[in-house]
Write a protein that binds this ligand. Sequence first.
Ligand code: HEC
Length: 149
Amino acid sequence: MKPLPVLPVLFAMFCAVLPAPTLAADADPRQFVEMAPEARATLRAEMLDNQLALHQIIGALAEGKYAAAADIAEKELGIGAMGKHRQLPANARPGMFMTDEMHALGRASHVAASDFAKLARTGDPATALTALQGITGACVACHRSYRTQ
Ligand code: HEC
């Protein structure tokens, strides 16, 4: 039996201790992170790309194209995709407004994507799916911890 990957397990534990957010903003237990409108716009555009990448990764896995899934993950979400807003003015860079903890979750999501890329190349469905949960776990952990409005 393979050892459980650390990141998905950590994320699962992390999420288990957080209360589920309710819809009313005043009762929302997530930490509010105030960002300049420009930074929020950058973040939201990046998020839509994240969602698309995830969708494409799942599609590639469903077709048994493990190398393609790995390539998308590495290019769009992996460690190499970190810091792509560096050239933007400070008020348009989401990272400028993040707490250390939020930043750490962001970095962990890039690491999870690179880990997935490595493990997906094994071509083993269970290994790939477990590693994919490392990525989705990062999405969930941040979304359940922080809000920007
Ligand atoms: C480090 C924190 C963090 C991580 C990790 C993260 N997100 Fe987000 N995401 C946010 C925040 C904050 C918002 C709200 C942005 C706003 O509206 O100001 C958001 C919003 C979104 C939205 C809505 C975009 C819109 O406005 O239409 C989507 C879709 C999304 N995220 C997808 C993802 C996916 C998929 C992942 C994982 C691959 C992910 N996110 C990982 C912080 C994160």
